[in-house]
Design a protein around this ligand. Structure first.
Ligand code: K1U
Ligand code: ZN
Length: 169
């Protein structure tokens, strides 16, 4: 197991569109286990492969209180989203320290392969539905700050670049 470095906004690599995973093989199983370790260590509830600079359609999630219910979604496809939406306060491990509201569907239905390559159908709502939408956006190269106004987004970009400069010096 290994901790993977997480890309930080506004790194342009975060805007890469991920390609499908060709086969759930030993390389993917190692990546899944490294991503889970990285997500737990960073105290996140989700992580997309894009955020660790791997541009394949793979996400890991754990929204459980005990942090003992990992969910692995490989090649996830959104089959259905509810008409009903709500404003959700979100954060992102690639935009540390920034939280803001994003409109999300209340419920989603997703088809994916799990970590064993088995097909899974998930219909869910609440935090899991929000997290799935957030992570699937990453696979499309979209970071949650892109839902915010250009003014807010530019302020966040400036703040992140300053923090990264200071961390280097
Ligand atoms: O993709 C990521 O960067 C992980 C992100 C997922 C996420 C958080 C909140 C709403 C939707 C998706 C995080 O885990 S950020 C960590 C965090 O702020 C958080 C942790 C637990 C509950 C809520 C937020
Ligand atoms: Zn994120």
């Amino acid at each position: 197991m290994a901790l993977l470095p997480i890309l930080c906004y506004p790194d342009p690599k975060l805007h890469t569109v991920a390609a499908p995973v060709a086969a759930v093989d030993a390389r993917i199983r190692t990546l899944v286990s490294d991503m889970l370790e990285t997500m737990y260590e960073a105290k996140g509830i989700g992580l997309a492969a894009t955020q660790v600079n791997v541009h394949e359609r793979l996400i890991v999630i754990d929204v459980s209180e005990q942090r003992d219910a990992p969910l692995v979604l490989i090649n996830p496809e959104l089959l259905w989203t509810s008409e009903q939406t709500h404003l959700n306060e979100e954060g992102c491990l690639s935009v540390p320290g920034i939280y803001d509201g994003v409109m999300r569907h209340d419920a989603v239905k997703v088809q994916a392969l799990d970590g064993n390559g088995q097909r899974r159908l998930i219909e869910t709502d609440g935090l899991l539905a929000v997290c799935i939408q957030h992570e699937m956006d990453h696979l499309l190269g979209k970071v949650f700050v892109e839902y915010l106004s250009p003014l807010k987004r530019n302020r966040i970009k400036t703040k992140m670049l300053k923090a990264q400069r200071e961390a280097r010096s």
